[in-house]
Design a protein around this ligand. Structure first.
Ligand code: SER
Length: 320
């Protein structure tokens, strides 16, 4: 299978390139940013600005992928500070990629959606069909992406599949999302022995370790169409509070993790679900997370304590 990945240099993209390559897929990576260090030589790397609609059509037409994996996006904290960029990348960019698939005859598109499609006040855990009334611009653009994708599935014959990712934890530098505190606790905790989190200790959002997220993408892309009852799925793994996460990291590293809430980012975190109901993903395509909080912490800390040439998180999928 030939896969064109937009946002290939991002937190998820870097890991997916390796996962697709490892199982024999042909990867066409696309990003505004240069080729990431360590990307397999066999993966072609194209400069792509998704805000340029003609460039999206051109790349899809020239490379003729079997599927596009559309990850390019401005994350939540940055989107609030750079609204114009978020409109152009998240809303227009997704529209351009969908239209490019239609015009180039690409039959399949995977879209990275988010817990951020949900807003405050929902009963927990939040199910797939809960109202999507986000209060962040990032969340609004993800709802638009889901709806445009479903429109293309209904009217243009596209096989559109999407996952609403929890906050994802990997050893890569995060890209100004709001769940970044969880990644920084690990990175700073291991590297400097201390981290001051920008959230309250009782902050609780759904989190997931990257190898589970990568495996979910592969499993949903591979799932037989007739077994999928919907296009967009919640997936869940764990929902520790920031304090619970800090305790686990401190116990393994001795790091001193403190809390100094930033009102803007705290408001975003408080608007998101505390936990997700992922029963449809479990029923339709057999989704199961493999990492709980302890298993994630053990592996993340050992990766961060290893020399840089050690195997990257997500490059080697965990055994079943
Ligand atoms: N992790 C993302 C963010 O924090 C949400 O999907 O922006």
């Amino acid at each position: 299978m030939r896969l064109l990945i937009t946002g290939a240099a991002g937190q998820i993209g870097q890991e997916l390139i390796h996962a697709f390559h490892a199982r024999g897929d042909e990867v066409v990576a696309a990003d505004l940013r240069p080729r990431v260090a360590g990307a397999p030589d066999e993966a072609a790397w194209h400069t792509l600005d998704v805000t340029d609609s003609a460039a999206c059509v051109d790349l899809c037409t020239r490379t003729r992928p079997d599927a596009v994996v559309h990850l390019a996006a401005i994350l939540s904290a940055r989107a609030e500070e750079e609204r114009e960029t978020a409109y152009r990348v998240n809303e227009a960019g997704t529209r351009h990629v969908l239209e490019a698939c239609r015009r180039a005859g690409v039959p399949n598109l995977f879209f990275a959606s988010s817990i951020a499609v949900f807003g405050p006040g929902l009963p927990q855990p939040v199910g797939d069909d809960a109202p999507t009334r986000p209060t962040t611009l990032y969340g609004v653009t993800k709802v638009i992406g889901e709806m445009l994708g479903e429109y293309h599935a209904q009217h243009c014959g596209l096989d559109f599949r999407a996952i609403r990712f929890p906050g994802l934890i990997s050893d890569a530098e995060p890209g100004r999302g709001t769940s970044d505190y969880a990644v920084h606790m690990f990175r700073q905790g291991v590297r400097t022995g201390r981290y001051e989190a920008y959230c309250r200790p009782d902050t609780r959002i759904p989190l997931m370790y990257m190898p589970d997220a990568v495996r979910a993408v592969l499993e949903l892309i591979d799932a037989p169409k007739n077994e999928l009852r919907r296009c967009v799925y919640n997936i869940a793994a764990m929902s520790p509070t920031a304090q619970e996460l800090a305790i686990v990291i401190a116990a393994r590293t001795g790091a001193k993790i403190t809390f100094k809430p930033d009102p803007a980012r705290q408001a975003i975190l408080d608007s998101w679900p505390q936990s997700l109901d992922d029963r449809h993903a479990r029923e339709d395509w057999g989704w199961r997370p493999r990492y709980d909080l302890d298993a994630m912490a053990k592996e993340m800390i050992s990766h961060l304590q290893s020399p840089p040439e050690a195997i990257r998180v997500g490059a080697k999928l965990p055994a079943a």
